[in-house]
Write a protein that binds this ligand. Structure first.
Ligand code: TRP
Length: 447
């Protein structure tokens, strides 16, 4: 077998996986979903689903990746022999990666635009109306959001073309902890605002009567999206994990960190929203209006705003890297084209769909289907359908198709790690995860 690169260290895997997980999913999409689904009702479901199912699925993907040392399509060839139905998991994942990357880079472009705005000090002294106006005029600008999106894609392609180790690992290790620090600072500020109590009540009061099928599937989709699971991204990362690494503890750390950052984002954004009078259901504009408002109220706000958007751009970049990596790892190994070529081809194809998503965001844009923008449509198809389906197939493969001995062998590193808790994980993969995904999936169909 061809020698593949491995991550340099245990910290390298955790940081690279956290780099993939942490991103717009936590800071932009999570508050959006929580706001739209009743705040506390969403949070409680999300916490259960992310901690329990998230860890389970992450481990399952790592098992496939490390056992096969291959991309999400090749993995099933290695484990199952030539042509077989399981390879469709890989194809589904690659398609999903394209679609996610397409609309993800729309918002990624906004973060770049907002970095520019922070440099130019566009937020100082502005009231809520003006800051909301800035969001509308930026997203409706004839070319700016597209240029930002394309620059972002190009940056991603450059990093991916250079290969896994020096590209992904080096960056994540330094910058992710910095993002966490700045979020804690923001959090402290947000908690001193007038509306803090109302915001926290909205976010932390679990109103069980509000939990319905839509809340369940939204929380499931959000946890898959936020943890980068259900589409083979982590099969690819798992393939770079060395034989001695403790995959369960790495996964737990990543899930914990990812959930922490999402909750922090909520603790920053909801108190701010209630203070300044932004609707928690404001959707896409929520983070991009509340955050500048908070910075404006801070001593040294200019500086914090700048650093924050810089780190957000980088957190987003480590996520787009992992998405493009799925496409590139697959095309280089399956179609035997070079890494740089695959990176260029992959990003160009994404650009075509991505620009449509960005254009669809404009007021009066004709790019609507069924009353949804192309942007929302891509988001819903991937998070509410493709990822849960991919995740289901992954746990079915690891729990039912792989030999129990092989799965446990991976989980315990050939018997060198304690089996107790890892047997529990095996049963979570085999029974709990598939049943939960199917139940949640069906619950949204019955109104
Ligand atoms: N998890 C990332 C976020 O929260 C987005 C992401 C990166 C992703 N890679 C992925 C989502 C793979 C699904 C699959 O921002």
């Amino acid at each position: 077998m061809k020698q593949r690169e491995n991550f340099g260290s245990k910290l390298g895997i955790i940081m690279a996986t956290a780099g993939s997980a942490l991103g717009l999913g936590n800071i932009y999409r999570f508050p959006c979903e929580a706001g739209a689904n009743g705040g506390g009702a969403f949070l409680i479901v999300y916490l259960i689903v992310a901690l329990l199912m998230g860890t389970t699925l992450m481990v399952a993907e790592f098992i496939i990746g490390r056992r096969s040392h291959s991309n999400p399509i090749g993995a099933f060839r290695v484990l199952e022999g030539k042509k077989n139905g399981w390879m469709s998991i890989g194809w589904l994942g690659v398609v999903c990666a394209f679609l996610v990357l397409a609309f993800y880079t729309t918002v990624a472009g906004w973060t770049l635009g907002y970095l520019g705005k922070s440099v130019a000090n566009h937020f100082e002294g502005q009231d809520l109306g003006q800051i909301q106006g800035q969001f509308v005029s930026f997203t409706n600008h004839p070319w700016l959001p597209i240029v930002c999106q394309l620059i972002f894609l190009a940056l991603t392609a450059v990093v991916v073309a250079r290969g896994i180790k020096d590209g992904i690992e080096k960056w994540s290790k330094i910058l992710m902890p910095m993002l966490l620090v700045i979020m804690v600072v923001l959090c402290v500020k947000s908690l001193t605002l007038n509306g803090a109590a109302d915001g926290l009540r909205f976010f932390f009061t679990p109103d069980f009567s509000k939990i319905n099928g839509k809340v369940l599937i939204s929380a499931l989709g959000q946890s898959f999206f936020s943890l980068s699971i259900g589409m083979g991204a982590l099969i690819t990362y798992g393939s770079y994990i060395g034989s001695k690494d403790n995959m369960l503890s790495s996964s737990t750390s990543v899930v914990f960190a990812d959930t922490l950052v999402a909750v922090l984002a909520g603790v920053i954004i909801f108190p701010a929203a209630f203070t300044f009078g932004v609707q928690p259901e404001a959707g896409a504009s929520l983070a991009f209006t509340t955050l500048p408002m908070v910075f404006q109220q801070m001593t040294g706000g200019y500086f914090f705003c700048l650093i924050f958007f810089l780190l957000l751009v980088i957190a987003t970049l480590t996520s787009t890297i992992s998405l493009l990596e799925v496409i590139v790892a697959t095309t280089t190994e399956e179609l035997h084209i070079s890494r740089p070529k695959a990176a260029i081809l992959g990003s160009l194809t994404t650009a075509v769909i991505g620009v449509l998503a960005t254009l669809s965001f404009r007021e009066g844009s004709p790019l609507h289907l069924n009353g949804q923008t192309v942007f929302d449509m891509l988001d819903h198809i991937t998070a509410l359908y493709l990822m849960p389906i991919g995740g289901l197939m992954i746990v079915l493969f690891v729990g039912w198709r792989m030999k129990k001995a092989d799965t446990l062998d991976e989980l315990t590193n050939g018997g060198t790690l304690r089996a107790g808790i890892r047997k529990v994980v095996y049963y979570l993969i085999r029974y709990v995860a598939p049943v939960a995904i199917v139940v949640i999936f069906i619950s949204q169909l019955v109104k």
